[in-house]
Structure formats: structure tokens, C-alpha cells
Ligand binder design. Structure first.
Ligand code: 3PG
Ligand code: MG
Length: 406
């Protein structure tokens, strides 16, 4: 796979549209985890130092149309704090406000445009919308690996409908290099931990992963749907009831492929979803009608760690419990500790990715002890399947160099 090299780009005086992933975890209107911002600093500062006009393009969350709750303004302020330079803000990503803000830029300035998803055309990969975005710049740089699995206007159509030269940013390039090295020939047995709240966005992925890994470890809210599929009581726990048949199919496929599926054997349950909610540990067979499962229990932690001890390569996406609320981060933190120790002992090659996963690993202070931590969630997992992501595809230069002119 060949890409343009950003280090060679002529950017002085040019309007550089930089697609970044500022879809960071938020809490009370503030950035709760700035990992994705830290990753894009080298690209932003290099472009600004070379005299480019750096225009940041990003989505935040999944708003339905314009909604101030999902404004990128507080995120832009956090970018400014981290890059230690002023970052201007425009209240729209296209149209007169964006155009005026860009017209006012000087070389080396940084501007953040408002949430691209305030326009439904973004997710529809609308051609007219993509042309309007493209018209704002002279060069396109994509430093948003974590959204490369989405074929949306601001990361794919913006390139295909325009003549903008497209470059991977430094963070994107580093992710592609690491994933290439890691997933081409993993050492077996391979295990995947898939956790987090939603099964809906990961269901297909689970099926694909079954072909790649010896063991699938399922945690987080999505494990509840699997427990329900096995006929276990889950009380008032988060569960996507409409997906129970799909969960059943996954379990059947695992069985026919002779794959091991690890599900929680015990759970930490509480009556409400809140910090320090009074809780108790029960076997998964004994979850009561008003209980909510908020974490894995100690027997499940032991079980998972024993599986990891006989694993050579681990890919991890998604926390085991409601890790944002103490003490329901315990299960995730304890498994993370074990992964870090096995990695340091040279017994495990560990890859993790995903916004929440990274936040959980940071909270457990183990991020730097794993082999590679990606900023990507879905992008990370889909790369694992060996797919070329749409956001990466548009950056590719053709493999065959053009025939020399005579
Ligand atoms: C992510 O956080 O996974 C990316 O920013 C993509 O966001 P999405 O899952 O809402 O498309
Ligand atoms: Mg996502």
C-alpha cells in the first residue's frame, strides 16, 4: 500500500483541510479523555509550522441535525490547550461562516469547524455537501484513523469528488504501520475481547472475528444480550432484546467452528446505574428481577486471566463493565493489569483500540505497557478483519507507477 508522504507536502500559504477525529468522550460538557487530541498534535503543529492554514474537520457523536449539545466548541478549546496555540472556531463547517473564518486565516493559523454531522449529508456521503467541503481547501490530510471505517463525506467523498491531493496524517500513518506489522502474521492462539455497551454496532464484526481467533471473550453491556440468548436471567440490565436471535447465531457459529466463547460467569449487580451504587456479586444464574449488571465479578476476572495466560496475541475492544462509574471499573482494570503484566513478561502481544477502551486503559494506567494502543474502535476491529477501510482506500496511490513518458 502506497501513500503520499505528508513530510514532503508543500503547504506554505495553503488551506489544509485536516480531517481529525474529535469524537472524544465528553462528561458534563468537558473532554473526559484527550487521547485522540494528543495523537493529532504532531500533524497540526507540523502543518502550522510550515505555514499552512490548518482547518480541522470533525464529527462529534451522533447528533440528529444541529444540536448545541454536540458542538465541537469545547473540544476546540481543549485542542488549543493541548497544542498550546490559539484555535479559532467557526459555527458551521460549510457556508458563509466557514468561508469567512477561513478567509481571515493567516499562515500558521488553526481553525476548527463545527461538527460535520450537524449536516445529515455528512453521513449520506452527499456529493454536493462534499464539494462544498472540498472547496474550502487546497490540500486534504486525513489524520482520523478511528473514523476510517465510515464512508462519509468528510473523509471519503471529499477526496473522490475533488482534485484535492490527499495525504495520510502522521497519526494515521503510524496506525497503518502498526496494524500492518501486527495483523499480517499474528502468533496463535489469538483471543479477542469485545466489550462495551452496544452489540448492535459490533454484531457483524463478532461473526467475522470468529474466523480469525481461537477465543472470543465477550464483556460489557453486550454480554447481557448473549446471557439472555442462553436463557439466563438479566433483570433490568442493558440488553438489546431484538438482537437475541443474532447472539444465538453467533454462539452456534462459534460451536460449529470449534471456537471458545467466554461469557461472564458472575456479575456485579446494583439497583441503579450510578457511581458507588450499592452492589453485590452474584453468579449469572442468580441475577434478580430488579438487578442491573454493571461489571464482571471476580470469578469472571480469574477465568478471563486464565484464558489470556494461554493466549499469544490479544486484540481488545470495549470495557467489561460500566467503567465510568466506580467501582464498576474494577473488572476492566484487573484484566488490564493482567494484560500489561503478560505483555511485559513477553508472553503476550497485546493490541487494544477504541475510545472507551483507551479511556479505561488510561484510567488503569496501563496504556504504555501494551504492545500497541490504537485510537480506533470500529476502525481497529475492521482492520483486524483484513479489510482496507474506505477512509484509507481514498488515500491510496495506485500500486503501479505510471509508465514513463516518451
Ligand atoms: C468512533 O468513535 O468510533 C468514530 O469517531 C466513529 O464514530 P461513529 O461510530 O459514531 O461513526
Ligand atoms: Mg464508534
Amino acid at each position: 500500500m502506497r501513500f503520499r508522504n505528508l513530510a514532503d507536502a508543500e503547504v506554505k500559504g495553503k488551506r489544509v483541510l485536516v480531517r481529525v477525529d474529535l469524537n472524544v468522550p465528553m462528561r458534563d460538557g468537558q473532554v473526559a479523555d484527550a487521547t485522540r487530541i494528543a495523537e493529532i498534535v504532531p500533524t497540526i503543529t507540523a502543518l502550522a509550522d510550515k505555514g499552512g492554514k490548518v482547518i480541522l474537520l470533525s464529527h462529534l457523536d451522533r447528533p440528529r441535525g444541529r444540536d448545541p449539545q454536540f458542538s465541537l466548541r469545547p473540544v476546540a478549546a481543549e485542542v488549543a490547550r493541548i497544542v498550546q496555540r490559539p484555535v479559532a472556531f467557526a459555527e458551521d463547517c460549510i457556508g458563509p461562516q466557514a468561508e469567512a473564518a477561513i478567509a481571515a486565516m493567516r499562515e500558521g493559523d488553526i481553525l476548527c469547524l463545527e461538527n460535520t454531522r450537524f449536516h445529515p449529508e455528512e453521513e449520506k456521503r452527499d456529493v454536493t455537501f462534499a464539494r462544498k467541503l472540498a472547496a474550502l481547501g487546497d490540500i486534504f490530510v486525513d489524520d482520523a484513523f478511528s473514523v476510517a471505517h465510515r464512508a462519509h463525506a468528510a473523509n471519503t467523498a471529499i477526496v473522490t469528488v475533488s482534485d484535492l491531493p490527499a495525504y495520510p496524517g502522521f497519526a494515521m500513518q503510524a496506525e497503518l504501520d502498526a496494524l500492518n506489522n501486527a495483523f499480517e502474521t499474528p502468533e496463535h492462539p489469538v483471543a479477542a475481547i469485545v466489550g462495551g455497551a452496544k452489540i448492535s454496532t459490533k454484531l457483524e464484526l463478532l461473526g467475522h472475528l470468529l474466523a480469525k481467533v481461537e477465543t472470543l471473550i465477550i464483556g460489557g453491556g453486550m454480554a447481557n444480550t448473549f446471557l439472555a440468548a442462553q436463557g439466563k436471567p438479566i433483570g433490568k440490565s442493558l440488553c438489546e432484546h431484538n438482537l437475541v436471535p443474532n447472539a444465538r447465531d453467533i454462539l452456534a457459529k462459534a460451536k460449529s467452528l470449534n471456537r471458545e466463547v467466554v461469557l461472564p460467569v458472575d456479575a456485579v449487580v446494583a439497583q441503579k446505574f450510578a457511581e458507588h451504587a450499592p452492589s453485590r456479586v452474584v453468579p449469572v444464574e442468580d441475577v434478580g428481577p430488579t438487578d442491573m449488571i454493571l461489571d464482571i465479578g471476580p470469578r469472571t476476572v480469574e477465568y478471563v486471566v486464565s484464558v489470556l495466560a494461554r493466549t499469544k496475541t490479544l486484540v481488545w475492544n470495549g470495557p467489561f463493565g460500566a467503567f465510568e462509574f466506580e467501582p464498576f471499573d474494577n473488572g476492566t482494570v484487573e484484566v488490564a493489569e493482567a494484560v500489561a503484566e503478560l505483555t511485559e513478561a513477553g508472553r503476550l502481544v497485546s493490541f487494544a483500540g477504541g475510545g472507551d477502551t483507551v479511556a479505561a486503559l488510561n484510567a488503569a494506567s496501563v496504556t504504555s505497557r501494551l504492545t500497541h494502543v490504537s485510537t480506533g474502535g470500529g476502525a481497529f476491529l475492521e482492520s483486524l478483519e483484513g479489510r482496507t477501510l474506505p477512509g484509507v482506500q481514498v488515500l491510496l496511490l495506485s500500486e503501479t507507477p505510471a509508465a514513463p513518458r516518451r
